[in-house]
Design a binder for this molecule. Structure first.
Ligand code: NAD
Length: 550
């Protein structure tokens, strides 16, 4: 039900109207009124979730609060559609996803507006996010069929038997996604799952349901069979567990705390799960870095999406010889940033997502200050720019026990500290239970790449913030330690949604002790063949090493 006066957050969006948001809410996979579900988009109804625009704190609409029965019904519909999709050749499935990528590009105006309305992010950040979806589609169109093709593997008795691996979709994949990058982080998991022949039931975050619903509509237009991709909206603690109990794989992106609960539940059900969780990511500036370049990189690493990015740097360690020069440049570049919530490209940094996120950022900075930290720039909310806007903030002298040093702030706040040398920087970078992303700055790229191998993170970028790794769609991405389990992107990100099956075929009947030979002859011959085979393989390996083949 739309309010009589359109909220100001929608009035300026060139392509959006409250009516459109209501239409999207109607796409949620909950029981229809005819099934006794009632109108669950009305705000007065207990079965609805209100959605707000962070830029103005206004209510912009509501979506159904699905319950466990809705989730079961959605999974059942998805399961019914999945068999035929699994039987569709991988190249045809990939072509549908490629068409979807084109549609996302065609409809980018509306998608960017939706993204800004529901997250409060800047237009620039929204563009970066949207870019990711067609890029992922292109990658899957090109590489998914190969990653899913049958593979011949080395047989136990070459010439006598064969071993072939086939990849079968697991069935229905439940995707649970967060609010910070609602399009990218829904699709980075849903699209490879679909490419692998699965159905997907997606639960977007309560704060950001509309982007996922709009993409669901485009998937249908692209030719995805009816029912194969469904969106269920509702409270995480209700919809999440119901989804985990009904699906065959859970792809979760969110906080480490919720991730643990997801893993426990999936473990009890013996279904696999992939977890993309939090981080407290380090950025290292070595003594030979170009400090101006490093400062620009640090601005991108720390303040993209107002710091609400799992890959964001929240800790910077600078080798002492470059410390002062780097800090000067970093403060200068940070103070150049513009803060705002418009639909144009003027603002570089947008809003935080809600009051709770603003409280978290304010309390982390207050705690750091109380423990003696210095605020070099920022350190305050900016209600003039938006109700939840907060200035990009640089802290020094942060107590190692301060919350900001130990926990993920997930906001535009970074602590900078000097370190004596590269070894100390690596030790400091690795002093964290998390291990998601890191960034290293040096004029010597080989030195940077060597140092990257010592940092315990799933992705390490040399002379870049995060795009060199995140943007490489063919390379795996995920976390060490408390930052998660499993990898998205690349063949790893496709094969996590399949069961591998090995088919072994013997040309001579049962392998093992033959009936027709005396056992002692056979045993002697078998051991001789094993020794000869091992020597031959070792020789071949050495030859390859000598000629530089791997
Ligand atoms: P969150 O864990 O509170 O919520 C994430 C999702 O889980 C939401 O859809 C939520 O509704 C759902 N959920 C809540 N309770 C649940 C439950 N009991 N069972 C199942 N699902 C449940 O996370 P958040 O605080 O909204 O998101 C920010 C966090 O996500 C940060 O920690 C950030 O680092 C992390 N994140 C990680 C990545 C990555 O790729 N590693 C990417 C983006 C965000």
């Amino acid at each position: 039900m739309s309010s009589p006066d359109p909220p100001a957050a929608l009035a300026d969006a060139p392509t959006l109207a409250a009516r459109r948001l209501d239409d999207l809410a109607g796409r949620v996979a909950c029981a229809s009124p005819a099934d006794g579900g009632g109108d669950r988009t009305g705000s007065a109804d207990g079965g609805a979730l209100e959605v707000f625009a962070p830029a103005t704190a206004e209510r912009i609409g509501s979506v159904p609060a699905c319950d466990a029965d809705d989730v079961d019904a959605a999974v059942e519909r998805a399961r019914a559609a999945q068999d035929e999709w699994a039987a569709t050749p991988a190249s045809e499935r990939a072509a549908v996803l490629d068409r979807f990528g084109d549609l996302v590009l065609d409809r980018r105006g509306e998608l960017l507006d939706l993204l800004q309305v529901e997250t409060g992010k800047s237009r620039r950040t929204a563009v970066e996010e949207l870019f990711d979806v067609p890029t992922g589609c292109g990658y899957l169109a090109e590489r998914a069929p190969g990653a899913l093709a049958d593979e011949r593997r080395a047989a136990v008795a070459p010439g006598i038997s064969t071993a072939t691996v086939t990849y079968e979709p697991v069935g229905v994949v439940g995707v649970i996604s967060p609010w910070n990058y609602p399009l990218t982080l829904s699709m980075a998991d849903a699209l490879p799952a679909l490419a692998a022949g699965n159905a997907v039931v997606l639960k977007p975050d309560e704060k950001t349901p509309y982007g996922a619903l709009a993409l669901g509509e485009l998937l249908e237009v692209a030719g995805l069979p009816d029912g194969l991709f469904q969106v269920v909206t509702g409270e995480g603690p209700t919809v999440g567990p119901a989804l985990i109990d009904a699906v065959d794989h859970v792809a979760f992106t969110g906080s480490t705390e919720t991730g643990r609960a997801v893993a426990e539940r999936a473990g009890r059900n013996l279904v696999d799960c992939s977890l993309e969780l939090g981080g407290n990511n380090p950025l290292v500036v070595l003594d030979d870095a170009d400090v101006d370049e490093a400062a620009r990189g640090a601005v991108q690493a720390c303040f993209s999406n107002a710091g609400q990015l799992c890959l964001s740097a929240e800790r910077i360690y600078v080798a002492e010889p470059t410390y002062d020069a780097f800090l000067d440049a970093f403060v200068r570049e940070t103070e150049r940033l513009t803060l705002g919530t418009g639909y144009d490209y003027d603002a570089e940094v947008g809003s935080l997502v809600d009051a709770a996120q603003l409280d978290r950022v304010e309390s982390h900075v207050a705690d750091a200050r109380e423990r003696g930290a210095t605020v070099l720039t920022g350190g305050r909310a900016r209600p003039d720019a938006g109700p939840y806007c907060y200035e990009p903030t640089i802290l020094t002298g942060v107590d190692p026990d301060a919350t900001v040093a130990c926990e993920e702030t997930f906001g535009p706040v970074v602590a900078v500290a000097p370190v004596p040398d590269a070894d100390a920087a690596v030790a400091a970078a690795n002093d964290s239970p998390y291990g998601l992303n890191a960034s290293v700055w040096t004029r010597d790229r080989d030195r940077g790449a060597a140092l990257a191998r010592e940092i315990d993170c799933g992705t390490v970028n040399v002379n870049d913030a995060f795009l060199a790794t995140w943007g490489a769609a063919d390379a795996p991405m995920g976390g060490f330690g408390d930052s998660g389990l499993g990898r998205r992107h690349g063949p790893e990100g496709i094969r996590r949604y399949v069961e591998s099956r090995t088919i072994g075929v013997s040309r001579v009947g049962p392998l093992g002790f033959p009936d027709r030979l005396p056992t002692d002859w056979f045993v002697r011959g078998a051991f001789a063949a094993l020794s000869v085979g091992r020597r031959a393989r070792r020789g071949a390996r050495r030859l390859k090493e000598r000629v530089g083949l791997r």
